[in-house]
Design a protein around this ligand. Structure first.
Ligand SMILES: CC(C)(COP(=O)(O)OP(=O)(O)OC[C@H]1O[C@@H](n2cnc3c(N)ncnc32)[C@H](O)[C@@H]1OP(=O)(O)O)[C@@H](O)C(=O)NCCC(=O)NCCS
Length: 173
């Protein structure tokens, strides 16, 4: 892969190449996705942070991001996303294609909001949780840490830490 070009950006090599550059010279972009708890993506992030590297945020030009939205280090906002006023996106979180996060939400670190998810206003999503493709979360709900919301679920009640929920309305399974 080294020597190739991806979208006009030269490919230098694998992870080992990072060691050739001191943290002061480069910023990293986490290329790992996540299905289920985003643990591998989180571990990669933590490993390089311990060594002093910084991660750049990535925001697709088609995303609509309110002026006061706070984006954590290395957060990734994909095509067609809408982030409304008063919301914050934690470090290393992904807001995936065409998802929307309404006003005053807190999306904590390492969360994955999968494609097409609708998060209503005032929702808190705890760290390292995964909200599956096309799920809907009604307003004011708190989702705990390391929880999994199945694709297509409609969340109408609090989701405890580490819980896995599915269906309409969403129930633990
Ligand atoms: C919920 C999920 C994580 C699977 O969890 P799991 O514990 O591995 O569950 P299993 O696949 O073993 O399925 C267990 C049961 O749940 C059902 N199930 C799985 N996913 C479901 C969903 N999204 N909605 C409703 N039921 C679902 C299965 O049909 C199965 O039912 P059964 O016991 O009657 O046969 C997965 O199906 C899912 O929805 N992942 C999200 C995918 C996603 O967001 N991708 C984005 C990539 S960018």
């Amino acid at each position: 892969m080294a020597g190739a070009c991806l979208l006009g950006v030269p490919v230098l090599g694998g992870d080992e190449v990072v060691d050739e550059f001191p943290p002061s010279e480069i910023q990293l972009i986490n290329g790992l996705g996540s299905v289920g708890p985003p643990i591998k993506r989180q571990q990669l992030f933590d490993r390089y942070k311990e060594r002093g590297y910084e991660f750049a945020p990535v925001i697709h030009p088609s995303a609509v991001v309110a002026a006061d939205v706070v984006l954590g280090e290395g957060s990734q906002v994909m095509a067609g996303v809408i982030l409304q006023a008063g919301s914050s996106i934690g470090v290393n979180a992904i807001i995936n294609t065409r998802a929307s996060v309404d006003h005053d939400c807190t999306i904590q670190k390492h969360v994955h909001i999968a494609p097409g998810v609708t998060i209503s206003g005032g929702v808190i999503v705890g760290e390292s949780s995964h909200i599956g493709t096309g799920a809907t979360v009604i307003q004011g709900i708190t989702i705990g840490k390391r929880a999994i919301v199945a694709a297509g679920a409609v969340v109408t009640k609090e989701v405890p830490d580490y819980a896995k929920v599915r269906g309409v309305p969403a129930r633990e399974f």
